[in-house]
Write a protein that binds this ligand. Structure first.
Ligand code: UDP
Length: 509
């Protein structure tokens, strides 16, 4: 764990620190206290969230800000097992990791049962966080907290009125915007959805998305029959809360979601669009550390790098990469439909099947693995960014998680989308209908469709889809280079944090 060089403890908290025997010696107190901002970052305990917030933490650390990254202990444990993240961050003297429990056992799946997780976070983690902040255990009072907007409730605003919240939504701006209109859709009588035959009805009144969204493209919780279902209400409440925060942060870029960002800015003036974060970080690392700075692996599973050697042996653009992210679980039937579809497509495939990601089975049936050998390769967890950037990859069959979507865009790889929950339904609509960089296989899972779409994306519509995604990939890279929109928004955010710190200091003086 990196030592925090404390530059800004207030007198009161310094006394408190020095009185706390268990923390004595942890902080090194220096001159010029209170002049340096201290940012507390707290991600929701799930792979996609931790991944993008660690990237943000690394970017902010590169700018010299003091960062405390607070992580749920079992997520931290998995990162420790499977990545070099501690040594990566140890180069930042003003960075520290801290952990907090969510009351769930270490072996719990990253998200597991969502309601259990939320209840545990509310009853155990929330009071603990309050206590850690009040006791000074997390270091000097933070200038601000960058809080994952999926669990705004975790931070007790009333107890810490002087710590502004920057709500970081790790989903796309388009899906966040769709979330925000759900109460209006309920009020208008456009929700609930009236069964399967109602799924293609066009939704009206989601500003900036007229004639884009059908019922099936709304965030998955809109499929619940009862508009007052606590799961739906949870999504709505956290979204409303995000709008009330000091600022909103999105892992996106103007040239991708400019119109939606403009609509959102009319409802929350302080929005920073600073993505794609993985490309942003890579660009900064290669310019500031070394041109060959390594990948930032933040995976919660052990990476199987053998697939890169397998890819090396495949012809250019011949392989479809298949991964449904870190949470999706498929059943036996779906596994077989995908497998037959992939085999029948006649194309090569690299397939990520996480441990326990097939319901009822511990892994892939032996015969399936055996029969895959001719044209396929299966791993438990892949180095995804590297895989997508590999010259052998021609397309990505994805669940449309936002990180995966951005990674595919930056790598210039067209997608087949098979969204499962939350923002994924909206992301896949944008991929197919707005950005035109992939095909949407939403709500369908049969071998004929899989084989047809694989052939469409890899062959019949390859030039058209590849052309559009390469154009957007160029815009993504430009946005994170010096002078680009995301580059400038990050600079603005850092400047604003420094100003906040200055103002807080003036108020104390
Ligand atoms: N990922 C990975 N290896 C894999 C599968 C996924 O590194 O084999 C990473 C992927 O690069 C992405 C994250 O896991 O950064 C998944 O996040 P996403 O938002 O796409 O989906 P989620 O897992 O949150 O549903």
């Amino acid at each position: 764990m990196g030592e925090l060089v404390v530059l800004g403890l207030s007198m009161a908290s310094r006394v408190h620190q020095e009185n706390k025997s268990q923390h004595r010696g942890k902080w090194r107190i220096m001159e010029n206290e209170e002049t340096e901002p201290h940012v507390l970052i707290f991600p929701f305990p799930a792979q996609g969230h931790v991944n993008s917030m660690l990237k943000l933490a690394e970017l902010l650390s590169l700018s010299g800000l003091r960062i405390t990254f607070l992580n749920i202990h079992r997520i931290h444990h998995k990162l420790t097992l499977h990545t070099n993240f501690q040594s990566r961050f140890s180069r930042f003297p003003n960075f520290q990791f801290q952990t907090i429990t969510d009351g769930l056992p270490l072996e719990n799946r990253p998200i597991g049962n969502f309601s259990d997780l939320i209840n545990s976070l509310k009853s155990i983690t929330k009071p603990l966080l309050k206590e850690m902040l009040l006791s000074g255990e997390l270091g000097p009072t933070p200038t601000c907290i960058i809080l994952d907007g999926l669990f705004n409730f975790i931070f007790d605003v009333d107890a810490h009125p002087n710590i502004p919240v920057f709500s970081f939504r790790t989903i796309s701006a388009c899906s966040f915007s769709a979330y925000s209109f759900v109460p209006k859709l309920i009020e208008d009588g456009q929700l609930p959805i009236e069964g399967e035959e109602d799924m293609d009805r066009i939704i009206n009144g989601v500003v900036g998305m007229e004639n884009v969204l059908r019922c099936r493209d709304l965030p998955s919780f809109c499929r619940l029959e009862d508009p007052f279902d606590p799961r739906l209400q949870y999504g709505v409440t956290q979204t409303i809360q995000s709008f009330k925060s000091h600022a909103l942060i999105f892992n996106t870029f103007e040239d991708l979601e400019g119109p939606i960002l403009s609509c959102l800015r009319s409802r929350c003036s302080n929005i920073y669009a600073i993505g794609p974060l993985h490309a942003h970080l890579k660009t900064k690392l290669s310019s500031e550390i070394s041109p060959t700075a390594s990948e930032s692996n933040n995976g919660l599973w052990e990476v199987d790098r053998s697939c890169l050697a397998w890819l090396d042996a495949q012809p250019p653009k011949s392989v479809i990469y298949v991964s449904f992210g870190s949470v999706v679980v498929i059943d036996d039937d779906q596994l077989r439909e995908f497998w037959h579809g992939l085999v029948n497509s006649g194309k090569r495939f690299l397939w990520v099947l996480r441990p326990n990601s097939v319901a009822g089975k511990d892994g892939v049936p032996a015969e399936l693995e055996e029969e895959t050998k001719e044209r396929g390769y299966i791993v438990g967890w892949a180095p995804q960014e590297e895989v997508l950037a590999h010259k052998a990859i021609g397309a990505f069959l994805t669940h449309s998680g936002w990180n995966s979507t951005l990674e595919s865009i930056v790598a210039g790889v067209p997608m087949i989308c098979w969204p499962q929950f939350a923002d994924q339904q909206t992301n896949s609509r944008y991929v197919s209908e707005i950005w035109k960089i992939g095909l949407d296989m939403k709500d369908v899972c049969n071998r004929e469709t899989v084989a047809k779409m694989v052939n469409d994306v890899m062959e019949n519509r390859k030039n058209e889809l590849m052309g559009s995604v390469i154009e957007i990939a160029k815009l993504a890279i430009t946005s994170v280079e010096e002078g680009g929109s995301s580059y400038c928004d990050l600079e603005r955010m850092i400047k604003d944090i420094r100003l906040l710190c200055q103002r807080q200091k003036e108020t104390i003086d």
